[in-house]
Design a protein around this ligand. Structure first.
Ligand code: ASP
Length: 280
């Protein structure tokens, strides 16, 4: 059993030391809590649990604290992939729900498993998700000042459970000030992908992650026999060729974990019941 989570990027130039310490502490806490949860739940249930905790934490750009788009509204995207069943579900540009990843989880049972915009919101309402604004004053201030928040704060989790099953979940508030209708990578197979061999969750500039097909490519390489570390490294060499900005966390069926970013510093934490690894 193992778990690795991420909370997007930390930028020394735009964020304070206090924010860094707060993110380190929060990631450690969430990794530990989610590992406990993993002892009695499946990989799929656990990645949803971890991403929900990350969505609820105002430090990250997902769920509460999501970025505001160019028209002043928040639209969030989230997805879930079960490596065993090979099923992917997600919501794209959903408004006014507290936890987009939970809507993705409910969608897992449907034939139509990825919903966008109003349809996603309507589905959430029909399935008992209350109307909820995830806006916080800090984001409104940034929006009003037309300032970009330097830290990218998408969240994600990949996990291996005790039955050897893998899963990945990712959730984002987008990149901030984007054109209305923009689709992030987070609810695509470029940003979130898993099978029986490997699970990957990404953060960074969605357009770069889609161009590089980052998560799907790492998983495919591991499936075809690449060691996890090499699969991640080769994929990031290719990302560099397009000057891509991304980070990824990955886990394979043997419990190897990997993390990489093309620009410093992706914030992440991993836990295996004994050892923590936390970004610095
Ligand atoms: N990948 C997200 C997006 O492009 C942003 C992020 O990772 O912070 O929407």
């Amino acid at each position: 059993m193992k778990i690795i989570i991420h909370g997007g990027f930390f930028s020394e130039s735009d964020q304070s030391h206090d924010v860094k310490v707060a993110k380190q502490n929060s990631l450690k806490q969430i990794a530990q809590d989610s590992f406990e949860f993993l002892k009695t739940h499946s990989a799929e249930e656990t990645v949803v649990h971890a991403v929900k905790l990350l969505e609820d934490d105002l430090l990250y750009n997902a769920g509460m604290g999501s970025q505001i788009q160019s028209d002043g509204k928040i639209r969030m995207s989230a997805s879930l992939m079960n490596g065993e069943t090979q099923k992917f579900s997600g919501v794209i540009n959903i408004e006014n729900v507290k936890n987009p990843i939970e809507v993705a989880q409910v969608l897992m049972k449907e034939d139509d498993r990825v919903l966008g915009g109003n349809g996603a919101k309507q589905y959430a309402a029909e399935n008992g998700f209350a109307d909820f604004s995830t806006e916080i004053p800090q984001r409104r201030k940034e929006y009003e000042e037309k300032l970009k928040n330097g830290g990218k704060g998408t969240v994600g989790c990949v996990a291996l459970d005790q039955k050897g099953r893998l899963a990945a979940a990712t959730s984002t508030g987008g990149k901030g000030f984007e054109l209305v209708g923009r689709i992030s990578d987070s609810a695509t197979v470029a940003g979130n992908f898993a099978n029986g061999y490997c699970a990957v969750s990404c953060t960074g500039v969605g357009e770069d992650i889609v161009s590089n097909a980052t998560a799907a490519k790492i998983v495919t390489r591991v499936t075809d026999g690449f060691p996890l570390k090499n699969a991640v490294e080769k994929t990031f060499v290719e990302l560099k060729e397009i000057n891509g900005f991304a980070g990824a966390v990955a886990i394979d069926k043997n419990g190897n974990i990997a993390h990489q970013d093309s620009y410093p510093t992706m914030v992440f934490a991993s836990f295996d019941g004994e050892h923590f690894e936390i970004f610095d």
